[in-house]
Design a protein around this ligand. Structure first.
Ligand SMILES: NC(=O)c1ccc[n+]([C@@H]2O[C@H](COP(=O)([O-])OP(=O)(O)OC[C@H]3O[C@@H](n4cnc5c(N)ncnc54)[C@H](OP(=O)(O)O)[C@@H]3O)[C@@H](O)[C@H]2O)c1
Length: 352
């Protein structure tokens, strides 16, 4: 019997098993966690099904997916050569990313193979690994631009750049990640709802609005709509009266320090990570996107390109700010995939 250990939560594991069963995997057992703290880390279990469905062909067939329990490691360290899981005797354990317990397992005469499917496993766990190792949320920047690189017309109109299919995918992303973040510029321009709208019941991410001076109008949808929790991130520049008014209507306000005259995003993300917001979908606009790039806070990018041309020298592009001076300083995306959503193209990549 072979064992793969990937290290996700029980809930996500159950979904994973359903997929494995659908793919006629011969042997399946429960996954237990060595460390119950991990339960807080993985993004609500939905991620796995989504990632797997996007990875396509599962190559884990005929294997058992399993994380060694404390019980098994105890048996191994006591030198018990015959370690069982249910009725099965374990002879070989195949690790993807986790390494705890290797010594004990080897000492008990079990063959241990490390690093199998490591890339896939790390991708499955990208949110959790970022959060657990760096104590920061996994940051995904999603933008939608026209073929001439604009995210809105000169008048600020951006509804809609992409087609319905692309927008549905964005709602799947919202369902997947813990938080959704925009700058106050986007609230003022679009007055968005930032909720998940899918045919089946999706979960709403926590709405995070970055608004140094608390300029947000109290009748904005993200304030009045109670279907999702809203956090407003401000600095000391925000008036106490406005903060009181926001608290009064149930908005959570986080006062964050400043860095170079701007709200310090890195400090904000640390606070959000402590609140178990492990992943955040950044949906622009161009000023906030630039700050995320310039501060090296971005992990992953989803960029939609719609075959439309709107022109306008002053129309914004996905990433604004001062920009880089030389091409050599560009933020390079790696591990690129491209997908078609009818006529729209989605480019996904990692900033590493
Ligand atoms: N197609 C798309 O994908 C897409 C997505 C979103 C938005 N848009 C469009 O983008 C336009 C809005 O873009 P925008 O650039 O004005 O808005 P934004 O990036 O959403 O918000 C910018 C504002 O956020 C505040 N902020 C606080 N801390 C910041 C920091 N560290 N870095 C950057 N900003 C910080 C600043 O205001 P304070 O100094 O007052 O705090 C700043 O002016 C709209 O036309 C909208 O339709 C398009």
């Amino acid at each position: 019997m072979n064992i793969y250990t990937i290290g996700f939560t029980k809930k996500s594991a159950e979904q994973f098993f359903t997929i494995l069963k659908d793919n006629k995997i011969s042997k399946i057992c429960d996954v237990r966690l060595n460390n119950s703290n991990q339960l807080a880390g993985f993004s609500k279990g939905r991620d796995l099904k989504f990632f797997l469905s996007r990875i396509g062909n599962i190559e884990y067939s005929h294997e058992l997916i399993f994380a060694p329990t404390k019980e098994i490691l105890d048996k191994a360290s006591s030198g018990n050569a015959q370690i069982k899981y249910g009725a099965d005797v374990i002879h070989r354990i195949v690790y993807s990313t986790k390494k705890n317990g290797l010594k004990e397992l080897k000492a008990a005469g079990i063959e241990v193979v490390e690093g199998v499917c490591r890339d896939e496993a790390e991708k499955l766990n990208e949110v959790f690994l970022k959060w657990i190792v760096h104590k920061m949320p996994f940051i995904v920047v999603k933008t939608a631009m026209t073929l001439d690189g604009k995210i809105a017309t000169v008048s600020g109109d951006s509804k809609w750049i992409t087609n319905e299919k692309s927008r549905k995918f964005v709602h799947q992303l919202r369902d997947l990640y813990d938080g959704i973040l925009i700058g106050i510029g986007t609230v003022l321009a679009d007055n968005p709802t930032l909720t998940t709208r899918l045919d089946h019941l999706g979960k709403n991410p926590v709405r995070i609005i970055v608004d140094s001076k608390a300029r947000i109008p109290l009748d904005s949808i993200v304030i009045t709509d109670k279907s999702a929790h809203t956090i407003l991130a401000v600095t000391e520049r925000a008036s106490q009266e406005k903060i009181a008014a926001l608290l009064q209507v149930g908005i959570e306000v986080i006062v964050t320090k400043e860095k170079a005259d701007r709200l310090d995003l890195s400090a904000l993300l640390k606070i959000l990570a402590e609140k178990n917001i492990c992943s955040i979908l950044v949906e622009g606009g161009s000023r906030i996107n630039y700050s995320f790039f310039v501060e090296h806070l971005v992990d992953k990018v989803h960029c939609f390109i719609a075959p439309k041309i709107i022109g306008g020298t002053d129309a914004a592009s996905p990433v604004g700010g001062k920009g880089t001076f030389y091409m050599k300083d560009a933020y390079q995306l790696n591990d690129i995939t491209t997908e078609r959503f009818d006529e729209d193209i989605l480019i996904t990549g990692y900033v590493r």
